[in-house]
Structures are given as structure tokens and as C-alpha cells.
Design a binder for this molecule. Structure first.
Ligand code: CMP
Length: 142
């Protein structure tokens, strides 16, 4: 089934000039870039985006980090896109990520793990709608 998922290239990825390499890996994995843009999240935006983690001990650090510099948010479309992109990213901890995944190749630590991807189709829809308006989704497959 065709799905859409939501991706963030986190501040460590943008800072190290990895945007092109990461977008290229998405395209090579047959994920179509429906929309993409660079943003610098406000504190409020980060706190709301990560609100499911608000009770976790790393919540403050996570929001500090995600607002520390620009990020690239994207909408990806493809067959089973949610799972396909999670497989391409690899495990949250780069040290545990499978060889060839984005986090294995580029991730620095559990926090600075270079990319975010939606964990379910339901959250993907919420996350896409949080950062993109309908008219920004301009490269959908027909
Ligand atoms: P992400 O997929 O963006 O969603 C939540 C993030 O919390 C996760 O990636 C990690 O980068 C971040 N995080 C920071 N510290 C931890 C931790 N100790 N355990 C799990 N996730 C963490």
C-alpha cells in the first residue's frame, strides 16, 4: 500500500552537510520526496512535536537539541513508507543500527542520531500536518 511518512534531518545532519546524501538515500530506497524544507524549530514547536516524550528524563535535552540549529523536514511517499523509512534509518542508537542504515553511517549518539521518522501511519499523518499545509505537498504520485 502507498503510504506517506514524515522525516526530519536533525541539526547534526544539517551541520555536517549531510542533507544531499540523506535525501539521496531516501530516493534510492524508492521513497518519493513529496515536499521538503529547512526550518529552525522554536522551543514551543519542539515541545509540542515531542509531547509524547514530555515525561521522559531526556525531554528537556531533546528539545534543546532539536532547537539548536536548522533541520530539514520532508514528506516521503512510497510502498509501506513508514516501515521502509524506519528500516533505512536503523535503530535509535547508532551503535545498534544495522550496517548500511543512515544512523549506522552518520549517527553520533542516541540523541544526535541524524534523522527522525514517524513510528506509525497514524503518527505520520499527525506529524506531516504539523509542519506542512496541503498545498505544500506538491510531488505526490498519481
Ligand atoms: P526520535 O525518533 O526523534 O524520537 C525521540 C528521540 O529522543 C529519539 O529520536 C532520540 O534521538 C531522542 N533521545 C534522546 N535521548 C534518548 C534516550 N535516552 N532514549 C531514547 N531516545 C532518546
Amino acid at each position: 500500500i502507498m503510504e506517506r511518512t514524515f522525516s526530519i534531518i536533525k541539526p547534526d545532519g544539517v551541520k555536517r552537510n549531510l542533507i544531499g546524501k540523506i535525501l539521496s538515500k531516501m530516493e534510492s530506497a524508492d521513497l518519493k520526496i513529496v515536499s521538503t524544507k529547512m526550518i529552525h524549530m522554536s522551543r514551543r514547536e519542539a515541545e509540542q512535536f515531542y509531547s509524547v516524550h514530555s515525561a521522559r528524563p531526556f525531554f528537556g535535552e531533546l528539545c534543546d537539541y532539536m532547537t539548536s540549529g536548522p533541520v530539514v523536514v520532508s514528506v516521503l511517499e512510497g510502498k509501506n513508507a513508514v516501515v521502509a523509512y524506519r528500516e533505512l534509518m536503523g535503530a535509535t542508537d547508532p551503535a545498534k543500527a544495522a550496517k548500511g542504515t543512515i544512523r549506522a553511517e552518520f549517527g553520533l549518539s542516541i540523541g544526535e542520531n541524524t534523522v527522525h521518522g514517524s513510528d506509525s501511519l497514524e503518527n505520520a499523518a499527525i506529524e506531516v500536518a504539523y509542519f506542512f499545509s496541503g498545498t505544500e505537498l506538491v510531488n505526490a504520485a498519481k
